[in-house]
Write a protein that binds this ligand. Structure first.
Ligand SMILES: [Zn+2]
Length: 192
């Protein structure tokens, strides 16, 4: 799955989980957090969006601020790739547990941030389980699990259709969660 599909699944999972759990509607900043979190499991691939570090910014101050994060991401990527390899620990239940534990322990001050991070990362594993290779849910056991028989090809028409469906579901869920936002859109559309 490409980065855009993962981001759609991330924000969709956040909206869906908020509806299912009946929690407060997530604040708007939680959606970009869920999208970025949805790219985290692929940090084990040095060529992925986050594994490759953050792109250099035009603004020198911003560049200086983001560089430590960028190097940390690259170091984590290299370390994971060289030890456990791509699509292993970070795509398993064990990896999910190792991620959720510090989120639960240290970020209790913001349930919205916790939900966004967990939904983003978990949605990545679910999205990858739709493709041909599946995911090694029980890693270090080497058995891959797929949600669809045969799975769908990454980057193909099927992935585009799945992403479009997920986007539709997200827009509907967001409309239910944030009726004021829906009203705003209707107003903008009405004035065009
Ligand atoms: Zn992945």
């Amino acid at each position: 799955m490409n980065a855009t599909t993962h981001a759609i699944f991330g924000v969709g999972a956040l909206a869906g989980a908020s509806l299912a759990l009946g929690t407060e509607p997530p604040p708007l900043w939680a959606y970009p957090v869920a999208a970025v979190a949805s790219w985290l499991p692929d940090v084990d691939n040095p060529r992925s969006k986050l594994g490759n570090g953050l792109s250099r910014k035009k603004n020198p101050l911003l560049n200086t601020l983001t560089r430590p994060v960028s190097w940390a991401l690259r170091a984590a990527s290299f370390g994971l790739f060289r030890t456990v390899g791509h699509r292993t620990l970070t795509h398993s239940l064990l990896g999910l547990l190792l991620f959720c534990l510090p989120v639960y322990l240290f970020l209790g001050f913001s349930p919205a941030l916790q939900l966004a991070l967990v939904c983003g990362v978990a949605s990545h594993v679910v999205a990858d389980a739709l493709n041909r290779w599946g995911v090694p849910l029980l890693w270090p056991l080497r058995k891959n699990f797929r949600l669809l028989p045969g799975g769908i090809r990454s980057g193909g028409v099927a992935e585009f259709c799945v992403a479009a469906l997920a986007l539709g579901a997200f827009v509907y869920a967001a409309y239910l969660l944030h009726p004021a936002l829906g009203g705003l859109v209707e107003e903008v559309v009405g004035t065009v």
